[in-house]
Design a protein around this ligand. Structure first.
Ligand SMILES: [Zn+2]
Length: 448
């Protein structure tokens, strides 16, 4: 084998080594600090990083700097916690395609590095995970895997000839026919200690023949709770979401999109303490790229798109098919309903998580999708600071992670540095200067 063929392997080994090396002491100086808690930003502030963790955050003058600290001047820049996705998927897509062949280390690391470049430093793969997931998760938690940190929902519980309508390997999904089979699937899942069990309760606008019966998902919920596992449920319809909340689902993993939510649903979510992840960008992804908005010309977008996918977006035949008026109307209405429901639930004090279903199809672009989601959340009527808190503090709380999500002493130094002030203009969140993970800079600006 020639040296040329060894070169990428050596580069990869070097990267892994760099991630495992002890982090230095660094002081980010004169920055605007948005700590994730939703309050007004702290201007002219310092974030002190030691041993991969945040050692201090405060006004420049108040933070005592160790003599060995490397000083980085961030005047005019904002520092905020790394973004956290509560709903994504790993290893499903590559280019324009999807299939079980994509659930491999190289492709998943490619995706995790893309999330990281866009400032998403923690990702939840909410179902469809094969055995490789646990190997990669161990490495990610040890700091030896490149890219975003990962949590997951194992394979998940689907329906024979129904949801999810996806081509995955037998070891990526269960499709039980009976409550007994659902319990057995959950028991097997529990031996692997995932963060969640996933269930899919949807018939995709009546396009698949069967929807999971309440008997089957009640069995899965009951068995998961007996094993100390939380359940995240894919939904579309309000009626299903209501029943799942009443039956004890812990996370509603998509927004309700068929009709406006009502007070009974608000009350039920609050009474049960159920989390709700809107995924506003999901239905938009079906059509937005065919409409070719101006932002598709930016490097920030183009750097998230693999060449084959870029070619598809430019193909007039593909665009015409996607912009079929009937489907377009349904998807646009879903986005509007989802946005209005988010605003109502947020204002009522329901626990809202953050995610986009990025990675589930080629159209849900890791990293870019999370920035688009933040834009859509502000379009729904939340302030930029409220949106940022959802994607940091609250997304961590959904995962029950107390080591990240805000900028405070003791938290992991997973940070995003951007130009400008995203507490006023959410678009400034796209002006990435640097991404830090575990106290080390792991990415710079998104540039062509
Ligand atoms: Zn999903």
């Amino acid at each position: 084998m020639s040296m040329k063929r060894y070169a990428p392997l050596l580069a990869l080994a070097g990267l892994a080594l760099a991630q495992a090396a002890p982090a230095q002491t660094v002081a980010l100086r004169h920055a605007r600090v948005i700590d994730g808690n939703g309050g007004a930003p702290l201007e002219n502030a310092t974030v002190l990083i030691e041993n991969g963790r945040i050692a201090a955050v405060g006004a420049d003058a108040s933070v005592k700097l160790p003599a060995k600290a490397k000083l980085i001047d961030l005047a005019g820049k904002s520092v905020l916690p790394g973004l956290i996705s509560d709903h994504s998927h790993l290893g499903i897509t590559d280019g324009t395609g999807a299939g079980p062949q994509n659930y491999n280390r190289a492709n998943i690391v490619r995706e995790l590095r893309q999330w990281q470049r866009y400032g998403v430093t923690t990702v939840t793969s909410l179902g469809l995970n094969g055995p490789l997931f646990y190997t990669l998760q161990r490495e990610a938690h040890a700091g030896t895997l490149p890219g975003a940190d990962i949590f997951g929902a194992d394979r998940g519980i689907g329906v024979p000839a129904g949801a999810p309508p996806m081509n995955v390997a037998a070891d990526q999904l269960y499709r039980p026919s009976t409550p007994e089979q659902a319990r057995a699937a959950v028991d097997e899942t529990a031996t692997r200690h995932p963060s969640f069990v996933k269930v899919w309760v949807d018939d995709f606008h009546h396009s698949v023949p069967a929807k999971m019966s309440p008997e089957v998902y009640r069995a899965a919920l009951d068995e998961a709770h007996k094993k100390g596992l939380r359940v995240a449920a894919h939904v579309y319809y309000l009626a299903d979401a209501k029943q799942l909340v009443a039956d004890g689902a812990d996370v509603i993993a998509h927004g309700v999109r068929d009709e406006p939510v009502d007070q009974a649903f608000v009350d039920a979510l609050k009474a049960h303490g159920t989390w709700y992840i809107p995924t506003l960008g999901l239905d938009e992804s079906f059509y937005i790229y065919a409409q070719q908005p101006a932002w598709m010309q930016t490097a920030f977008f183009r750097q998230a798109v693999q060449p084959a996918l870029a070619a598809q977006f430019a193909d007039p035949a593909w665009r015409a098919k996607v912009l079929d008026p009937k489907a377009l109307a349904v998807n646009q209405a879903s986005v509007k309903t989802n946005q209005a429901n988010l605003k109502r639930l947020y204002d009522a004090g329901v626990k809202i998580g953050f995610g986009t279903d990025s990675g589930a199809t080629p159209l849900r672009l890791p990293g870019f999708a999370e920035h688009r989601e933040l834009h859509l959340i502000t379009e729904a009527g939340l302030t930029p600071l409220q949106a940022i808190s959802l994607a940091t503090r609250d997304a961590a709380a959904l995962l029950k992670l107390d080591d990240r999500g805000t900028l405070a002493p003791g938290k992991r130094a997973d940070l995003l540095v951007v130009d400008g002030d995203p507490s006023h203009a959410i678009a400034d969140l796209d002006r990435i200067e640097a991404v830090w993970q575990r106290g080390r800079q792991v990415a710079g600006p998104i540039a062509p």
